[in-house]
Write a protein that binds this ligand. Structure first.
Ligand SMILES: Cc1ncc(COP(=O)(O)O)c(C=O)c1O
Length: 394
């Protein structure tokens, strides 16, 4: 009666949402303050004051047309400002034509994949991966090919990447800083990856696009910098989002940027604008295009997340959990001491800890904790983690 594919996906797709619902139930039963919910990547900090000021100013400005339609790609002046910022970071020569304003990174990835994919073409992703990539690629007839990362570092294996590229490979999706591991890929690794993509593209007479999913680009710690993908990859298409950097996930605002080095990039830019329209977004929210244009150099206070990372990571490691220290984003991805995370998830629920099993991310022996939750939740959860570790035999 309904789409068979969607109904099938419903059964397997909702691990994060399922845990969120589980948390909601527990909160009702025991009180929110007694439940430690690490399920969703929904930022706890409010947007920075500069962003709220810009929103107030603009909303009250009475500017004619502020809430109207515009070009499907977004306001030209907003896109020009973004191009200018990206040029400073990458040394490239983008113009407003290379920018399409989108409904967040999720919207942006769909716009990109619809614009580049033909049915049956392959999209390479690295495990662990953001759970939605498979659905996004399948929306446009694409096939996901999963390449594992190194178990000790979560960095992509280049040999494995090379082997997985064939004549049908259309794109590689990169996500650094990474959800769920928090790992930031070093520049040298990305340069080696670019060599492989160009060589393989040459061999098959194809173009392999590097699609960079960057909602966490500005959330990095300890002096680490996110390398500029536009600088490194010739055929790069970036999907950025203000959901995390300005704590605006519900407002649905981000952009897609195409490299000026892509062959026939003018057609690609038109295609991105067209797919933004025909997926049904029409254009990104008009008011928030204006808001973010006034906040391109603003971001949420990273120390808020760093403090949370340090408290939780230090405690888990002290308890004996094995975990790569995140350099960015706001997730921990520790190994389950029981192997099977489903069992470990049930044990965690006994202690009112809501975590997300790693299976949905392609790594069933791990679990994800989103530490973008309140500081009190994190501090109060520490005894529960201690009891959980004991129960799990650590
Ligand atoms: C890796 C990754 N990509 C994309 C998204 C989608 O973000 P947006 O709110 O910008 O659509 C998220 C959201 O959590 C994410 O973690």
């Amino acid at each position: 009666m309904f789409s068979e594919k969607v109904v099938e996906n419903l059964r397997n797709s909702s691990a994060i949402r399922a845990m969120f619902e589980e948390g909601a139930k527990l909160k009702q039963e025991f009180g929110a303050e007694n439940v430690f919910d690490f399920s969703l990547g929904n930022p706890d900090p409010e947007p920075p004051p500069e962003t709220l000021d810009a929103l107030r100013r603009l909303a009250l400005s009475g500017e004619k047309g502020l809430h109207g339609y515009m070009n499907n790609a977004g306001y030209a002046d907003v896109r020009a400002k973004i191009a200018e910022q990206l040029n400073l970071q990458s040394g490239r020569s983008l113009t407003h034509n290379n920018i399409v304003m989108t409904c967040g990174a999720g919207g942006g990835l769909n716009v990109i994949l619809k614009a580049i994919l033909n049915p049956g073409e392959e999209v390479i992703i690295f495990s662990p991966f953001f759970v939605e990539y498979k659905f996004y690629a399948e929306n446009y007839g694409g096939k996901i090919v999963v390449v594992p990362t190194d178990a000790n570092t979560f960095l992509p294996g280049l040999e494995a990447l090379e082997k997985s590229i064939g004549p049908q490979t259309k794109a590689v999706i990169l996500n650094t800083p990474n959800n769920p591991t928090g790992v930031v890929y070093p520049e040298e690794l990305l340069r080696d990856m670019e060599t492989i993509l160009l060589q393989k593209g040459g061999r098959y007479s194809t173009v392999i696009y590097l699609v960079s999913d960057e909602p966490y680009r500005d959330i990095v710690y300890d002096g680490v910098k996110t390398p500029s993908v536009l600088k490194i990859f010739r055929n790069s298409i970036v999907g950025y989002s203000f959901s995390k950097s300005l704590s605006l996930p519900g407002e649905r605002i981000g952009y897609v940027a195409s490299s000026d080095r892509i062959d026939d990039v003018a057609t690609l830019n038109d295609a991105l604008s067209f797919t933004n329209r025909t997926i049904g977004f029409v254009n990104a929210p008009s008011l928030f295009q204006r808001v973010v244009a006034q906040c391109l150099d603003v971001k949420v206070d990273i120390n808020i997340y760093k403090e949370r990372r340090d408290i939780l990571y230090d405690h888990l490691v002290k308890l004996g959990f094995s975990c790569v220290k995140p350099q960015g984003a706001f997730y921990l991805f520790p190994k389950s001491p029981l192997g099977d995370t489903q069992e470990f998830k049930r044990l965690a629920l006994k202690h009112k800890i809501i975590l997300v099993p790693g299976a949905g991310f392609g790594c069933p022996e791990y679990f994800r904790l989103a530490y973008c939750t309140g500081i009190e939740t994190i501090k109060n959860s520490l005894p529960a983690f201690t009891a959980l570790a004991k129960d799990a035999g650590l």
